[in-house]
Design a protein around this ligand. Sequence first.
Ligand code: AMP
Ligand code: MN
Ligand code: MN
Length: 327
Amino acid sequence: MVANEFLNIVGTLNETKKIVVIGHIMPDGDDISSVLSLSLGLKKLGKEILSSIDWKIPGYFHEIDEVKHIRNYDEIDVYGFNPDVIVVVDASSPDRVGRFSEVLKDFKVIVIDHHATNTYFGDINWVDPTFGATAQMVLRINKELQVEYDERLALVNLMGIETDTGFFKYSNADERVFNDAAYLISLGARPDVIARMILENKRLEQFKLLSRMIDNLKLECDGKIAYSFLSKEDYEEFNCTDEDSGGFVSEIRAIKGVEIAIFFYEYVKGEVHISFRSKEWFDVSKIAFSLGGGGHPRAAGVTINGNIEDIIKEVIKLTKATFSAQR
Ligand code: AMP
Ligand code: MN
Ligand code: MN
């Protein structure tokens, strides 16, 4: 069945001329892919597009040339541009779009997202947690708008599907994911190019940082919960940024017997981001949501201000209690 919101969004995009497409803070591959795929698609239809994310885009994504089209908040003037509509992709709530959250109230807003924790903050909201990636939803919008795909657009669109499914290995990698990927590959996308760019592009310093993270590792509840942290000082010691610890929480989850992996990192002093992952059954999005964040059952996150040691203590206590109750 085709969702009403889907047709409503396609109709609205068809009718409008000037569109701003934005993604979420701390952007990941799906976010960048969704912003770019929708922007490139709409440009092919002759629309005037501004694409923006209010955050620094991790360095390795710049190997995709099209990423330069995504502007920072400071580089664009939304009010001067005066769009007919702002499309927000892959963001579950207004606080996820950074400074754009203030701008949204002045324009018509479309939300396209796959987080179950979405707060439906747009005028039209197409939210469907059965999709592994928002990039799959953008693919459907582009198809319905009859956007012609070239090799580049196919590659950019595939990136989101590939990254949000952990390179096709998470439980969200279902038949539809493989069908969408196969379709984009048939149009010229190369999954290996994306995999190398993201997975095999590490600096030696990142391994030293990883080694520190492993030194800090602790286990709880008979090894079912594993967590670690990195402080501002750790990043400084190895001349690293938060970009360099991108895959660390997956390493924690990879430990045999672990169901819940938690990685705390403080890249800005006093600001602690917490990444939650689970392996098979525990719903980490509920914990993240109760702390003010959000995400998916197997991957969620939140940022909390305060002392990192206090935050770790509190969050581990909460996780242990919730784990014992859910088990
Ligand atoms: P991360 O651990 O930062 O990679 O995030 C894992 C998942 O949780 C992603 O789907 C994010 O979109 C989501 N997420 C992370 N931080 C937040 C937050 N502060 N609020 C809502 N969702 C978040
Ligand atoms: Mn995302
Ligand atoms: Mn996503």
